[in-house]
Design a protein around this ligand. Structure first.
Ligand SMILES: NC(=O)c1ccc[n+]([C@@H]2O[C@H](COP(=O)([O-])OP(=O)(O)OC[C@H]3O[C@@H](n4cnc5c(N)ncnc54)[C@H](OP(=O)(O)O)[C@@H]3O)[C@@H](O)[C@H]2O)c1
Length: 236
């Protein structure tokens, strides 16, 4: 039976992945939410692990008994917006970069050596990484860096396939906070299926829903000045 470790497994996309993978793999489901982790404890195929992804010592301690992993899914993340770029909030910026980007470095340090040759590393970025979006100085920058990190790992890692996931909008507690329209949003179950299918095909770039992400990728081709006008329109 394959062993898959998922961070951010207590909510949203990660929770959807636990539900779909536990049917035929052993899942190490990681997060901080004790209630959800206790619930996971009632399943034979799930080992709950409680740690903070921003704490390297905590990650190493709580995963020390794991000797091998077939698929490592680094999904934990958060989203906060900078409402007033002129009054730049560096505390918010640091918080978002720490959870979305630095945590990936900590998890790689603690866990990448445990991934079996022929195994897979799956890193969840965002389609926000494709374009400069309003108020996304922290979230977008962290996710653009995550995409770059995943791509450089794909270049350098031998024997491990790397996939980077670029979701469009997914209805989760994270996006429930959004105060703007979320075109073509998909459910957690749909997102989990897109990701699982992409992982099975060992796709380098898993992006969905395509009707949304392809439009984003096309916008990327515009001269920046033209995109800036469109983006300013989005922020109104
Ligand atoms: N939803 C979307 O539309 C969307 C779009 C593009 C990309 N994404 C990305 O997809 C990933 C999952 O997002 P989601 O929408 O499913 O969010 P979510 O429902 O808020 O879930 C976030 C998960 O991350 C975990 N987490 C956050 N900070 C943590 C920390 N310091 N230590 C340990 N675990 C931590 C949470 O665990 P605890 O609550 O247990 O701490 C939770 O399980 C994120 O990386 C997000 O950026 C989401």
């Amino acid at each position: 039976m394959k062993k898959i470790l998922i961070t951010g497994a207590t909510s949203g996309i990660g929770k959807g992945l636990v539900e779909i993978y536990q049917e035929h793999a052993h899942v190490y489901a990681c997060g901080r939410n004790a209630e959800v982790l206790n619930h996971y404890n009632t399943f034979d195929n799930i080992t709950p692990l409680q740690f903070d992804v921003t704490d390297i010592n905590d990650i190493k301690l709580k995963t020390s008994s794991i000797d091998s992993i077939d698929i490592l899914v680094l999904n934990a993340g958060n989203c906060e917006y900078i409402d007033d770029a002129r009054n730049f909030d560096s505390v918010l910026f640091e918080r978002v970069v720490r959870v979305n980007l630095l945590s990936i470095g900590y998890c790689l340090d603690a866990l990448l050596k445990k991934v079996e040759p022929g195994g897979q590393l799956v890193i969840v970025s965002s389609s926000a990484a494709f374009l400069a979006l309003p108020r996304a100085q922290a979230y977008g920058a962290s996710k653009a860096a995550v995409t770059y990190l995943a791509q450089t790992l794909a270049v350098d890692l031998k024997e491990i396939d790397v996939s980077v996931v670029h979701p469009g909008f997914v209805k989760t507690p994270l996006t429930d906070k959004n105060d703007f329209p979320m075109p073509m949003a998909v459910t957690v179950d749909e997102a989990a299926i897109y990701i699982k299918k992409g992982v099975e095909k060992r796709k380098r770039d898993i992006h969905f829903p395509k009707r949304f992400t392809i439009i984003m990728k096309l916008f990327q081709l515009l001269p920046f000045g033209m995109w800036k006008v469109i983006a300013k329109g989005l922020s109104r």
